[in-house]
Design a protein around this ligand. Structure first.
Ligand code: ADP
Ligand code: PRP
Ligand code: MG
Length: 223
């Protein structure tokens, strides 16, 4: 028997640990909500807030859209990269929060002539966590690719000969530099979005709307 109760007027927010949790805290504060437990020190996956109607669940970044899609969470915060892979089904995406900003790029070993390989119509092996985005990018360029799905540490793949190129997110570029890789193409700018379950938006509008408004205002002020 589950001890988890979800009263009709309560809200569940899905966040991932790390930068998304950290960057969402000030937005929650702007809405008058303080998370009273720290996910970095607690093993709890359901965190209380000062508002008895609002709880935060801690999930993997790529699982946020799934929890919100199925209504297990009413709303969440996810990167555009993650949302493109998920497809966005069942999600309303009202606000770009302008947090966790980075870009999606193609990178290769420093010695690899990417432009020449593309010009010559070579078939490229590309390792990535973002297979949908990569597939669309190379299809639009007319470049033939074999995509190799990875779940992390993409920067390693060209170093050990798993792939010719990677598609990954880049921010400062220090991970690429540390691994002697170069960014050869920017695919798109990435930031995190607020995502809301479409049914929750209708049924819980009264509770959700003030929070969405506060997030919107705070994300505009900060950027
Ligand atoms: P994961 O465990 O999936 O790597 P992260 O917390 O690293 O989770 O990433 C969450 C989101 O933050 C990503 O979906 C992406 O939009 C963004 N992001 C990832 N890496 C960076 C970075 N180095 N700088 C800024 N934003 C990033
Ligand atoms: C992300 C991403 C890159 C790095 C890019 O890794 O997967 O490896 O950031 O940032 P940079 O350009 O500033 O170096 P993250 O820090 O999220 O580590 P993890 O996902 O492997 O845990
Ligand atoms: Mg990461």
């Amino acid at each position: 028997m589950s001890t988890f109760s979800k009263p009709a007027n309560s809200l569940i927010l899905a966040l991932s640990k790390g930068r998304i949790f950290d960057d969402t805290l000030p937005l929650l504060e702007a809405a008058g909500i303080t998370v009273t437990e720290n996910p970095e020190t607690s093993r709890k996956l359901i965190l209380a807030t000062n508002d008895p109607h609002v709880r935060v669940i801690i999930v993997r970044a790529s699982d946020v859209p799934t929890y919100v899609q199925y209504g297990a969470a009413d709303f969440g915060v996810a990167g555009k990269d993650v949302l493109l892979e998920h497809g966005g089904e069942g999600l309303y995406q009202p606000i770009d929060l302008n947090i966790a900003k980075c870009r999606m790029s193609v990178a290769v070993n420093a010695g690899f002539d990417y432009d020449k390989a593309v010009r010559q119509g070579a078939r490229l092996r590309v390792a990535t966590k973002f297979v949908q985005t990569a597939r669309e990018h190379f299809a639009a360029k007319g470049v033939h690719v074999d995509l190799i799905k990875l779940y992390g540490s993409m920067e390693l793949a060209p170093l050990v000969g798993l792939s010719d190129a990677i598609v990954d997110v880049v921010s400062t570029g220090s991970t690429l530099r540390a691994n002697n890789l170069v960014e050869v193409e920017e695919i798109m700018d990435i930031s995190s979005r607020l995502v809301v379950n479409q049914a929750a938006l209708k049924l819980k509008r009264e509770r959700l709307q003030p929070i969405l408004d506060a997030f919107e205002r705070a994300s505009r002020l900060d950027n």
